[in-house]
Design a binder for this molecule. Structure first.
Ligand SMILES: NC(=O)C1=CN([C@@H]2O[C@H](COP(=O)(O)OP(=O)(O)OC[C@H]3O[C@@H](n4cnc5c(N)ncnc54)[C@H](OP(=O)(O)O)[C@@H]3O)[C@@H](O)[C@H]2O)C=CC1
Ligand SMILES: O=C(CO)COP(=O)(O)O
Length: 311
């Protein structure tokens, strides 16, 4: 039985490399020509990985991993839902859909098939691709299916921890990208490591506030998909979200073709925060900054001038 991965960007290809070391995998990408992975140059995929631009070649798989960017997932599911619906689906994207305010699992749930799962947590594609040890969260509301997926997708170096808290796992991965942009701005603007630690800590409090308002569990946010990924993404220049923030903070341009999930997610989260009267100062500042409504100086000022409060 085969696994198919839909989306041959950096993460989809890295997962294909990792899972392909254990068995057959089909990697589908739109416009994918040959075995060269444009978003992960130099990656040599195992021979067990079939690379294709023909979605029909994924029909023989009994498990589908969706690794297209978050803002493309809704359209992708609308276009190809009939082909996907009957098989277990694992979302491998991080974010909140700007149009609907939904997370990846809620979008996949509209297909009405087996309970969809989300695979998320601290993991750079480049690390997974070369087989470095990585630990991730696999969250599925159906724990029996979750246990099956956990066993199926774990490898000797890819350790999956299981959860039924889909909302918590999704939101940890979505919100940490917003905080990573903010952390990048802090460093890019020369505010220093102490300010970044403060931003990460208060950013985590904001992640928790938002997630608890959506019935997530606090311990999920404290795990790999929340705290773990926040630490990774806010402290490494390998992160695209952090690098984007760094450019904003330095007043430099950034390649618009780069996937920066935190930008749209900040907008979506800030909008939800407004309608639900949630206090989300960092997400609101990041949303305003990426929209060009405020400057870096104004964003920093908006956070530093807030009333003093209890921790
Ligand atoms: N890279 C990483 O280290 C990690 C990424 N993730 C998550 O994985 C998800 C995918 O990111 P990643 O692989 O890094 O992104 P990349 O930018 O590397 O690749 C995105 C891929 O998606 C394709 N794509 C874009 N829009 C569509 C569409 N409408 N239909 C089909 N394919 C589409 C792109 O094709 P094209 O090139 O033609 O535009 C490209 O192949 C994100 O949510 C990200 O947060 C999670 C963990 C780690
Ligand atoms: O999600 C990631 C690491 O866990 C990848 O982060 P970036 O999308 O910021 O590169």
């Amino acid at each position: 039985m085969k696994i198919a991965i839909l989306g041959s960007g950096a993460f989809g290809a890295a997962l294909a490399a990792a899972l392909g070391r254990e068995g057959p995998v089909v990697l589908w990408g739109r416009g994918q020509a040959g075995r060269e992975i444009r978003r992960l140059p130099g990656l040599v995929l195992p021979e067990t990985v079939t690379v294709t631009a023909d979605l029909a070649e994924t029909d023989s798989a009994d498990l589908l991993l969706l690794s297209v960017p978050m803002q493309a997932l809704g359209r992708f599911v609308a276009d190809h839902g009939a082909r996907l619906a009957s098989r277990p689906l694992v979302a491998c994207c991080k974010g909140v859909d700007l149009t609907t305010g939904l997370g990846p699992v809620e979008i996949l749930e509209t297909l009405g098939g087996p309970a969809p799962a989300v695979l998320t947590g601290p993991s750079f594609a480049a690390d997974i691709a070369i087989g470095l040890p990585t630990a991730l969260t696999l969250a599925c509301r159906d724990d029996m299916l979750g246990a099956h997926l956990q066993a199926r997708l774990s490898t000797p170096v890819l350790r999956l921890y299981r959860s039924t808290d889909v909302m918590g796992a999704e939101l940890g991965g979505a919100l940490k990208n917003v905080m990573a942009i903010a952390a990048g701005v802090v460093i890019g603007a020369g505010l220093g490591d102490s300010a970044r630690a403060a931003l990460m800590t208060r950013g985590y409090a904001e992640m928790l506030r938002f997630a608890l308002a959506r019935s997530a569990r606090a311990e999920t946010l404290a795990g790999l998909s929340g705290f773990g990924d926040l630490v990774l993404t806010c402290t490494s220049s390998q992160s695209r979200n952090f690098s984007f923030g760094l450019s904003l903070g330095r007043g430099e341009s950034f390649d618009p073709a780069t996937t920066v999930e935190g930008a749209a997610t900040a907008r979506a989260v800030a909008r939800i925060g407004r309608t639900q009267a949630l206090d989300l100062p960092v997400s609101t500042a990041v949303a305003a900054l990426v929209d060009g409504r405020i400057t870096v100086t104004e964003a920093i000022q908006s956070l530093l001038s807030r009333p003093l409060k209890q921790e």
